[in-house]
Design a protein around this ligand. Sequence first.
Ligand code: UDP
Ligand code: MG
Length: 312
Amino acid sequence: MKIISIVVPVYNEQENIIHFYREICNVMKTTNYDFQLFFVNDGSSDASAELIRELEEKDTHVKGLFLARNFGHQVALTCGLDHANGDAVITMDGDMQHPPELIPLLLEKWEAGYEVVQTIRETTEGVSWLKKMTSSCYYKVLNNMANIHIQEGGSDFRLMDQVVVRSFRRYKEQARFIRGMIGAMGYKQTQIEFVAPKRFAGTSKFSPRKMLHFALDGITAYSNLPLRLSLYGGLLSGLISFLLVLHVLFIKIFTYDAVPGWATIAASILFLGGIQLTVLGIIGEYIGRIFAEVKQRPLYLLEREPENEIEK
Ligand code: UDP
Ligand code: MG
């Protein structure tokens, strides 16, 4: 019997874990597969860890991976993927926004020979107008900049064949934008669309800060365009100031007028100062990421190593 590993990152989801576990058991019963359910506890400060430990004791399908602190969603997913050794691996959120009822459909596609089955959120219920708009703008900007295509509405709810998971483990980058990484890996991929319901309980664990970091990771990982735009901006303002100098010289040499306008000078200094700081900031984003990469710190630390550990 083939084994399906399900990987679920969990950060303060005490109201969701049991419900999610039951739903997964119900769905997996209807399939012809055995399964392992990996809960990756991402340094929760509520009772999530205890709940996972209890489930682990009661049911051998459940395996807990406990990170030493909150490392973030993408790293928690990576930790799960490092340990999941089923014939296929499904990653999904533990808040029921990735409906377990879709699992049989993912498996069907896998049986049909696809090695990656990506899900695309058609809409998300109960999400604010602002979040929808910023997300849609973000994907438009990203796709115009990046050297890969990342579908709008792409989520981290996907099935991967073990072959793909093994290849994925060879990527050691620190700043992770997994949906971009998988998309760029190749293999036989397909997509299915779904409507993401509201969270079962609790609130989103993505603060605006985490969201912004994630968004910047996506852009800096797949595009140098911000740096190139800085260069073009610099060249353009250089050209404009050169024309201004010509204008000033012309007035000085060929007329008896003085060149008026301290306001123009103040404005242009402020304008250029603003551009310079922005460009420095952009360069800083890239350098910060280079710094994180060269340190080669471990991506995550586990509280304790699981017994079934296969690869590090
Ligand atoms: N999550 C995590 N670490 C974090 C933030 C979130 O493991 O630092 C988990 C969270 O428990 C959930 C999944 O990632 O299972 C998706 O998070 P959430 O539902 O808060 O994101 P949203 O659906 O609002 O984008
Ligand atoms: Mg969610």
